[in-house]
Design a protein around this ligand. Structure first.
Ligand code: NAD
Length: 486
């Protein structure tokens, strides 16, 4: 598959504007998931480094950043965006080598979203207003929104740069400072954008990047008494640990967790579009998407046709070198993730579902899994209930609208859902009845930084994106001025 040699990089932490080795002097290896070769040696941050980064972030918050005009912060964020754009090729390649995502996907989807997010919040920086609320005749009463302070941002490996920016951009726009802990599998682009932030003129300490493992670096950040807020994207299990860990100083917490989203196809849908979107909904990013349409719910009248057409789509996907523009699906991110997905495929067969496409590893080098479709899936099966986080579609039959709603709402997750139908009344009914943070109608998967993103129950709480995110990083303060009786 990939034959070229890629030299091994050494990547140090970024604390207070300087690239430094970890206090422990330890490094860990990051592999290229397409070749299984060592790509980089990453400095392994732990509690001591997190502490240094938090002190730096506090200093920047109390100092230069905290005292800057909001409009100037916005200008710096625009310069940051411009530098990311000018270094796009390097970032795209680095992200692809580190995560296995196809370069075509990163260029078309991740990078534009990173820039859109940064520019959106740059524009919002000087529009974070309080309110005059005339509560009493003898007082002038108003609110101001003050930045929360030091933010710990912990992100996963499936969209390393994009999800990091979902947290960095609004936090910085609000005047907070950030300690970012990237996923241990994908630290490189986070470190690089930390450098670009400095080059843009954002003061040292405003954005520190400390790679390391969850149990050490991540946990130290969550437990640190001088961190005011934790914003986390990852799995529900770790989300729960984060809630416990942040209880010490009662940090504010936002959790964006997993999903098992239903994509519901009614017989009156445009089946060409529905099947195409069902394929993209589960195979995009090798299925490593929190809102993947991993449960395709299909009305019994069109069930066989959808299974057949979805399976054909799966078989037509082009797996291969992520740097090849023709590649539509790259490897999974790691050997562990590949094993997890293959174990679920084996489990699905044991549970009695039938594989109609894929069902095995693809090739012998790299962590590729063939796009897989399971037909005959029963709602209670584990492959229908648990997040697999891989290219595995569970196609489930339903009989009528009530049945579809029951199945769609019948997991512990509530992140997203899709509905395909030409019946205007039906789609409105479903939009109301589906338990999800986002309901897509006759489309599946798009997100936009202007629209709130997040879920409920095992999918977490709080919303990112939009102006709602301002509440994630600011506190309202009431000022009450006694003016005497009028
Ligand atoms: P993960 O929860 O294992 O890890 C996420 C991050 O948390 C990593 O940086 C990891 O180092 C860190 N971490 C692990 N243990 C920790 C601890 N005890 N304390 C602090 N930090 C810790 O998740 P993952 O495997 O990297 O990502 C996959 C999960 O993320 C899936 O469940 C997926 O659905 C979810 N996800 C959700 C969204 C969303 O917006 N809702 C987006 C992407 C991914």
């Amino acid at each position: 598959m990939i034959t070229e040699d890629v030299s091994v990089l050494t990547a140090d932490l970024l604390i207070h504007g300087r690239r430094v080795a970890a206090a422990s002097r330890r490094y860990f290896e990051s592999l290229n998931p397409a070749t299984e070769e060592v790509l980089a040696r990453i400095a392994e941050g732990d509690a001591a480094d997190i502490d240094a980064a938090v002190r730096s972030a506090r200093e920047a918050f109390e100092g230069a950043w905290g005292q800057m005009r909001a409009a100037d912060r916005g200008d710096l964020l625009l310069r940051f965006a411009d530098l990311i754009r000018r270094n796009e090729s390097e970032l795209v390649e680095m992200e692809s080598l580190d995560s296995g995502k196809p370069v075509s996907t990163i260029r078309r989807q991740d990078l534009p979203a990173v820039l859109d997010t940064l520019k959106y919040y740059a524009g919002l920086a000087d529009k974070i207003n309080g309110q005059v609320i005339p509560a009493r005749p003898d007082a002038l009463t108003f609110t101001v929104r003050e930045p929360m302070g030091v933010v710990g941002a912990i992100v996963p490996w499936n969209f390393p740069l994009m999800i990091a920016m979902w947290k960095i951009a609004p936090a910085l726009a609000c005047g907070c400072t950030v300690v970012l802990k990237p996923a241990e599998l994908t630290s490189l682009t986070a470190l690089r954008i930390g450098e670009l932030a400095l080059e843009a003129g954002i003061p040292a300490g405003v954005l520190n990047v400390v790679p390391g493992f969850g149990k050490t670096a991540g946990s130290a950040l969550v437990n640190h008494p001088d961190v005011d807020k934790v914003t986390f994207t990852g799995s529900p299990g770790v989300g729960r640990e984060i809630l416990r860990g942040s209880a010490g100083n009662l940090k504010r917490v936002t959790l964006e967790l997993g999903g098992k989203s239903a994509n519901i196809i009614f017989p009156d849908a445009n089946l060409d579009s529905a099947v195409k979107a069902a394929g993209a909904g589960i195979f995009f990013n090798s299925g490593q998407v929190c809102s993947a349409g991993s449960r395709v719910l299909v009305h019994e009248r069109v069930y066989n046709e959808v299974v057949e057409r979805l399976s054909e789509r799966a078989q037509r996907m082009r797996l291969g070198d992520p740097r090849d523009a023709a590649t539509s699906m790259g490897p999974l991110v790691s050997a562990t993730q590949m094993k997890r997905v293959l174990d679920y495929i084996e489990l699905g067969s044991r549970e009695g579902a039938q594989i109609t496409a894929g069902g095995a590893r693809y090739g012998e080098r790299g962590y590729f899994v063939a796009p897989t479709v399971f037909a005959g899936v029963a709602h209670e099966m584990r492959i229908s209930q648990e997040e697999i986080f891989g290219p595995v579609a569970a196609v489930i039959r339903f009989t009528d609208e009530t049945d579809a709603i029951r199945l769609a709402n019948g997991t512990s997750y509530s992140l997203a859902a899709g509905v395909w139908s030409a019946d205007i009344e039906r789609v409105h009914r479903l939009a109301r009845k589906l338990k999800a943070g986002t309901v897509w109608i006759n489309t599946f998967g798009p997100t936009d930084v202007r629209l709130p993103w997040g879920g409920m129950r095992d999918s977490g709480f709080g919303r990112e994106h939009g102006d709602i995110a301002i509440e994630n990083f600011t506190e309202p303060k009431v000022v009450w001025i006694n003016t005497g009786r009028p």
